[in-house]
Design a protein around this ligand. Structure first.
Ligand SMILES: [Zn+2]
Length: 176
């Protein structure tokens, strides 16, 4: 995915444009906002593209999109939450980075580092907490197997409800 500076502002929405080796046009809602994937040389003024965008926006409608929500947690507070939960879970991440991620709320590496999506600053506290706990538990159990669930149940008994609530914050999927 090559990054560009192109942005479309329309209907009160900001759409980031990514040019790729592709023929079709795809728009996605991601935790950090709307993203449009288009062919390398397509003009943003292309009439078909304009029609596609209008339709796609109508389809997304009033679905909850994180980009429009106010920041309720600062990145520093996220880091503090990581420290609190790391102690509870009994792990020590080697590195914690907070960055924009299009496909995930959080991730971890086998080397013990954790990445958190900046979008977590805009979802309710307890949902950010769920992602943090989830990634920290992965430092012990790398998959989502029985051992993982047992640890989640132990540290955050209501995690399934939080996981479900978090899904609602990423209106969904591909429009193509
Ligand atoms: Zn996981």
């Amino acid at each position: 995915m090559s990054q560009t500076q192109e942005v479309i502002n329309t209907g009160g929405r900001t759409i980031r444009v990514y040019r790729q080796h592709r023929r079709s046009v795809v728009m996605k809602t991601t935790p950090v906002g709307l993203v449009l994937f288009i062919p390398l040389r397509m003009s943003l003024k292309n009439a078909q593209l304009q029609t596609f965008i209008t339709k796609a926006l109508a389809q997304i409608g009033d679905q909850v999109v994180v980009e429009n929500a106010p920041e309720v947690t600062s990145p520093a507070q996220l880091r503090a939450m990581v420290n609190t939960w790391a102690e509870r879970v009994g792990v020590e991440p080697t590195r914690v980075s907070i960055r924009e991620m299009f496909r995930k709320w959080g991730s971890c590496s086998r080397k013990g580092s954790i990445s958190l999506n900046t979008a977590l600053c805009r979802v309710p506290h307890e949902l950010a907490e769920y992602v943090i706990c989830h990634e920290l538990v992965h430092l012990i159990e790398f998959n989502h197997g029985k051992g993982f669930k047992t640890l989640m149940d132990e540290h955050m008994p209501d995690w399934p409800a939080r996981e479900k609530a978090l899904d609602a914050w990423m209106a969904g999927g591909t429009l193509d």
